[in-house]
Design a protein. Sequence first.
Length: 377
Amino acid sequence: MENTLAIMDHEKVSDTDIFTINGTDFIELYVGNAKQAAHYYKTAFGFQSLAYAGLETGLKDRTSYVLRQGKITLVLTTPLIPDSDIAEHIKKHGDGVKVIAFWVDDAEESYNETIKRGARSYLKPISETNSEGSVKLSGIYTYGETVHLFVERKNFEGVFLPGYVKWESHYNPTSTGLEYVDHCVGNVNVGEMNKYAKFYEDVLGFKNLITFDDKDISTEYTALMSKVMANGNGRIKFPINEPAKGKKKSQIEEYLDFYQGPGCQHIAVHTPDIIFTVTELYNRGVEFLYVPGAYYDTVSDRVGKIKEDLNVLKKLGIMVDRDEEGYLLQIFTKPVEDRPTLFFEIIERVGAKSFGKGNFQALFESIEAEQAKRGTL
């Protein structure tokens, strides 16, 4: 089976890159019930069955279901025994992102270079092999208990990783048009944003694309600060948020309280047709944040001409923003689990490379309305 990651073209590594990162290999979530979570992501988001590992493949402590849509690969892992790191992680954090894996040319080099620059080791380089070849893996910690794995798969032709078998399913809902991971956002404690921005700069060679302070991201009640870090080819982008002082508890503080520490707040996934994708997601039961209708009264003045019908965007709650290179359309789901932690952003970039600064006010007011309902504002 062709590895769909291989269709991503290599680009010249920038002068700041310490090693080549070709893209996001996979994102692994630790969840309480992987079988049911897999059904949700297939039904609601249009992911397809790809691979499986569990009791039937010789694992005794965990089960993992792998799903794919476009170049997005999700791994959903649940513990089979109570005395395990996975079980402890779920007990503390609830369902959430454990691993953001990078597709690299050399997993050993990636590990050695990052450790040399101060990273904390999660997994020393290992090779996993079966009849379809071998994969080299290594890993480091980032904020909280979140991990970056380095995945070298140039000598592997299998479905996902050694130890996994192809997951055959007669239930395969159609795609919702999601293509690739645009960015992943991390929430960290007060005073830690600069620390982790420096971590990505010093350890991984990332650069600061843009910085937002509490004047950019604030409402009457809450505020936050954010730095967006990116690698040289721009395929990996990590906004890092920390709470700023406000009259009430911000969404970042709410996340930190319920997640019990720093972690991945949301996964942004790109679509070439956001109207199609969001319509499909709505029809499949995905819940989105409500955007006040008054937001659209000034969109044309602020953004200018766009090809989409503004009435359709208003009906769906899709927001629009523009930068020097084009415009973007974006919408945010409500949390996809009972703890108000992980959610998804659906984004379509029509040239724009920014992050929707013009939408911050409306977005944060919508989030605050949800917080008020939960009694956590």
